[in-house]
Design a protein around this ligand. Structure first.
Ligand code: PMP
Length: 453
């Protein structure tokens, strides 16, 4: 443990000590902290990160998946410089053409998206999706799955990474807050469901249907545990029957499992979709897309009155409020459009997924050679290293994995030049080369040999 505190990370440590004086825990997001201290980065290039001490890392965090083309991708950087130069300002603060272009692109790619609104983060997108669902259905509870993350707001911070001892049974999970400061009202209005367990999910939903506006889920939990096909199809059928909206949170999976996200792969159309990460090409962004009749409830030029004339008394406008100073930021959308374009060119998406598959295969071979129980689980360009041979279908299954060994491995990998936030999933980029893969595999093997003596 002490080795990180010695010379190779002296500048990181000193900067972190300064950070601790001015930011709680020295970080600006709790998840960015790890033991003994986070590494302070200075530069990125392609698949690599360079820290303040000059150490080089192959980056598999990729800003939590956002950087699908790695660091400093030329077409993306150029699009940003050009956009800034041509628009002559940082932002208009008015509607503009890139908002329309991006919306048209999203509608083309995502089966469940007829119309779009932009936000500045994935969390703002999931929040807007939920408010939209509550307004549309006129119900005020939501359901989420145990182990699923939708951003750091109160209702979403229930049962993300809970202590199983406090979480009830798998068939009837209990909401466990991941943070202080969450009101009992929010706990009572959030129903927790067991992922990939249709019988229990159906039982809970049928009981609560009259109060439930929406179910929000990561179609691939944590970006790496996919929904079973029957489960996701079953959930779509059941929510249709019960009048509950289905929200796919594709903040992680959008543009990473396929260009049209999980909804394209599963062939299941959600009512609403939240996007983020890759969509902004490394800049802050989010978007909500969905069915036209639902999305139109935020239209300031008429809203519900136009769509369901007669249902509401004449002249009474019921409009969903949605706003944001920076929504649809032109520089961000320029980066996003260039990112998507580069993914669409010369079959890049398929190549990226193939390269990810190759890395997974080679890593599995290494762990097998070193006698460590392991499987890679994932979809498209994201996966995770899970240290158990048992089947993993949801949060409770995942608890069977050897997390403490994984932490030791991740620490060793960091020292040897692989950047993964401890226990985090691996994201790949189009900048990762076969050489990176070979080096990654070699470092894993070296680390495992060292740890196992
Ligand atoms: N939903 C999912 C599935 C996510 O992975 C994340 C971010 N990791 C969010 C929502 C929140 O996005 P942001 O951090 O941009 O607010």
């Amino acid at each position: 443990e002490a080795s990180l505190l010695s010379d190779p990370n002296r500048k990181s440590r000193e900067l972190y000590e300064r950070a601790c004086e001015v930011m709680p825990g020295g970080v600006t997001a709790n998840i960015k902290y790890f033991e003994p201290h986070p590494i302070m980065m200075e530069k990125g290039k392609g698949s690599k990160l360079f820290d303040v001490d000059g150490n080089e890392y192959i980056d598999y965090l990729l800003c939590y998946g956002a950087l699908i083309h790695g660091h400093g991708n030329e077409p993306v950087m150029k699009a940003v410089y050009d956009q800034l130069a041509n628009q002559g300002t940082t932002i208009f603060g008015t509607p503009h053409d890139l908002e329309v272009k991006m919306a048209e692109k999203l509608i083309e790619l995502y089966p469940g998206i007829d119309m779009v609104r932009y936000t500045n983060s994935g969390l703002e997108a999931t929040l807007l999706a939920v408010r939209t669902a509550m307004a549309y259905t006129e119900k005020d509870k939501i359901a989420k799955f145990e182990g699923h993350y939708h951003g750091g707001s109160n209702q979403f911070l229930l049962s993300v990474n809970p202590d199983i001892e406090k979480s009830g049974t798998e068939d009837e999970p209990v909401a466990v807050p991941e943070s202080t400061g969450i009101s009992s009202h929010e706990v009572e209005h959030t129903i927790i469901l067991p992922f990939n367990n249709m019988d229990a999910t159906e039982r809970i939903l049928r009981k609560q249907a009259d109060e439930l506006a929406a179910i929000i889920l990561e179609p691939v939990q944590g970006g790496f545990i996919p929904a079973d096909e029957e489960f996701i199809i079953g959930l779509r059928k059941l929510t249709n029957e019960l009048g509950i909206l289905l929200i796919f949170d594709e903040v992680k999976t959008g543009f990473r499992t396929s260009l049209g996200g999980c909804q394209e792969i599963f062939g299941v159309k959600p009512d609403l979709t939240a996007l983020g990460k890759v969509l902004g090409g490394g800049f802050p962004v989010g978007a909500v897309g969905g069915r036209k009749d639902i999305m139109m409830i935020s239209a300031p030029n008429g809203g519900r009155d136009i769509l369901s004339a007669g249902e509401h008394s004449a002249g009474k406008k019921e409009i969903l409020f949605h706003s944001g100073t920076y929504n649809g930021h032109p520089t961000v959308l320029a980066a996003g459009l260039a990112t998507i374009q580069a993914l669409e060119e010369s079959n890049q998406m398929q190549k990226l997924c193939d390269r990810t598959k190759l890395l997974r295969q080679k890593l599995e071979e290494v762990y097998q050679r070193q006698g460590v129980d392991m499987q890679t689980i994932g979809m498209g360009s994201i996966f995770n290293i899970v240290l158990t041979k048992e089947t993993v279908k949801n949060y409770r299954d995942l608890q069977k994995a050897n997390m403490s060994l994984r932490k030791v491995i991740d620490h060793e990998l960091l020292l040897q030049g692989i950047y993964t936030k401890p226990l985090n999933r691996y994201s790949m980029s189009t900048a990762h080369t076969e050489e990176d893969i070979a080096k990654t595999v070699e470092i894993h093997e070296k680390a495992l040999k060292k740890i196992r003596g």
